[in-house]
Design a protein around this ligand. Structure first.
Ligand code: MN
Ligand code: MN
Length: 308
């Protein structure tokens, strides 16, 4: 089962301007072929379907623990998309939708993913950068451990390629931070699946890394994560379970050549994380409604009652 924590896995800087086309680019990392919905979906169902879980414990635990991290990546990218679609943080909710007869959202008809405004009010959904739905065909769960792990290795390298390309299209701090953090974490996952495959097959597939062949130190947004050793860390995302991943991630293995040196370590639990930015209401777009005062009052009373 799963536990939910009301935080993002990392702190994101607020956008300096509204940029829905940057939000659309970032959608590729959510609902694209190699996006976070795909990594989540693959590991989620592979972990459910895993045969001989007890006998193959370190391998099962690896897929299961990374599943939880990927769910947090879906959350992180979705927040990044919504932040870019909505613009800078602001002080508080407006409570008046005002005169809507003057085409207040005229610009929105020209954005790349117009449905992101019309249907989703600037929120994210599992679609790619062209609005095509993410779908089940992006999931591979064969029941064969080597084939599934090999697929996961390919998936993480493919995800790395997509993140690099999306990164190259972005100038704003929010989208670049999402890419920088996920590049470090995705590189960890590619490395982890490679080490698992090495244990099972003897093939030192980690020697193919990094793929694409660019070190993380070329990306300024990765620097602080490398400095704090995020590239050497794998989380269990559980208070008590999945500790066996240390048999694969650790066990004398070290950081990849080209990354800052050191031992690989398992952290029991999850990252400290960062705040979820408020998406304040836009009454003229009917979010949370055109005239939400009564709604706010009801919620305030309920909140106070819950704290007694
Ligand atoms: Mn991910
Ligand atoms: Mn990953």
């Amino acid at each position: 089962m799963f536990m939910r924590v009301d935080k993002l896995q990392v702190e994101l800087p607020a956008p300096t301007r509204q940029d829905p086309n940057a939000g659309a680019a970032l959608q590729e990392l959510l609902g694209g072929k190699y996006g976070e919905m795909s990594t989540l979906g693959n590991y989620l169902f592979q972990s459910f379907n895993f045969r001989s879980k007890a006998k193959l414990r370190p391998f099962y635990s690896l897929v299961a623990a990374i599943t939880a991290e990927e769910l947090g990546h879906v959350e992180l990218v979705s927040n990044g998309v919504a932040m870019l679609n909505n613009g800078p943080d602001n002080d508080g909710d407006k409570t008046d939708g005002g005169d809507i007869a003057d085409a207040p959202f005229e610009d929105m008809k020209d954005i790349r993913l117009a449905a992101a405004f019309f249907s989703n009010a600037g929120g994210a959904t599992p679609v790619n950068s062209n609005g095509q739905s993410w779908n089940n065909d992006f999931i591979t769960t064969t029941g064969n451990v080597v084939i599934d792990l090999l697929h996961n290795f390919h998936l993480e390298c493919g995800a790395r390629l997509h993140k690099l390309r999306v990164y190259e299209t972005l100038t704003d701090a929010t989208g670049r931070e999402v890419c920088g953090y996920l590049l470090v974490r995705g590189s960890v996952h590619a490395h982890a699946y490679a080490l698992a495959l090495k244990q099972l097959t003897g093939v030192e597939i980690e020697k193919m890394l990094p793929t694409p062949n660019i070190n993380l130190d070329k990306i300024p947004e990765c620097a602080k994560y490398l400095a704090e050793g995020s590239h050497r860390r794998l989380y269990t995302f559980s208070p008590n379970d999945y500790k066996e991943i240390s048999a694969l991630w650790g066990n004398g293995e070290t950081a990849l050549p080209g990354d800052p040196e050191g031992e690989l370590t398992v952290v029991e639990g999850m990252p400290d994380g960062g705040k979820i930015h408020q998406l304040t209401g836009v009454p003229s777009a009917f979010t949370p409604d055109y005239a939400p005062e009564e709604m706010f009052e009801i919620a305030t009373k309920l909140y106070k009652a819950s704290r007694k």
